[in-house]
Design a protein around this ligand. Sequence first.
Ligand SMILES: O=C(O)C(=O)C[C@]1(C(=O)O)C=C[C@@H](O)C=C1
Length: 376
Amino acid sequence: MRELTQIRQEIDEIDDKLVKLFSQRMKCSAEVAENKRGTGKAIYDPEREKQKIEVLTKGEENPFMKKATEEIFLQLMSISRRYQYSILSREDHYIQKNFVEVDHLDINEDTKVVYQGIPGAYQEEAMVKYFGEDVKNFSVPEFKDVVKTLDAGEADYGVLPIENTSAGTVSGIYDMILDYDICIVGEETVECHHVLAGLPDSSLDQIKKVYSHHQGLLQCKKFLDQWDWDQVKVANTAISAKKVADDKDPSKAAICSKRAAKLYGLKILQREVNYEGNNTTRFVIMSKKKQYRTDARKVSISFSAPHEVGSLYNILMHFMFNDVNMCNIESRPLPGRQWEYGFYIDVIGNLNDPAIRNALAGIREETKDFKILGNF
Ligand SMILES: O=C(O)C(=O)C[C@]1(C(=O)O)C=C[C@@H](O)C=C1
């Protein structure tokens, strides 16, 4: 048996050759990029990669080595692609064509904002926090109406809840944003301290039915589990407060904000009924104008990935390779494509940053249905 130092010496010599060959291969890759610049051919050529793997692994009988060779060459070609994106993305005008960079959003005395619900809704609170008390605004009954209103050009900005610290993603919002040509231009958070509110002459022991938005009921599950009350979902927490006030039935209560309880003349039967102390909802500010602020710090994208081994891993490598930090990932079932998923990802960065542009250029080419949802 050879001594360890002797074996390591041979490994060192092999590695030395590998590094030189790798560098030579990457120079060829750069040349391919120049060639593709001329011909307009896509950087990613899955057919060529498949053929290469077949040829390189054909003579290998050992299953471990066969798989390992496949893995190493897939990695090599993935690095080669990213190198080509870094060369060509400088000339990629996709972001300039689709988005306008602005110092600040256009918000003035004529700006009109739409939110879902009725006065007293957390969406209204988010709107006031973002745009100020005096902004012109109106409300619509459903979340979908916010998106439709923006698309029709009837408002400049719209406010939608996107996720909550205790109940997670607000379902369906991402899908709605995708269906329309609008983008996220800002975000706001509101601490949701829910109360249980009833008529002024009601008390906890009289309650039989409780109304709230689906998220409100979820966020107060631990409290509600202690009682045998019927739980009824309505479109909005403020609508639940209004309903209890309108119905004038002391056996009914609403889970809503303190602000909504006060607005509709209800008595607070119990404070802080949400189970997480700092229960916070994140709202997105939507606009039809495709714009991003120079100081925006979060980019949101969506895409669908092919149903293949390692496809999501390969896509996420674009972030790692460009030193881009990912801060959120969501997956949603693709309509009509059973067990296939679309992904929504937030990363830290700005669309004017070369690292972000590089990463997005690669992901755009290697995924389906790619969309930049916004930079905010
Ligand atoms: O042959 C090409 O078209 C290349 O861009 C080179 C290369 C490789 O590194 O082998 C890289 C990316 C393609 O997906 C296929 C192959």
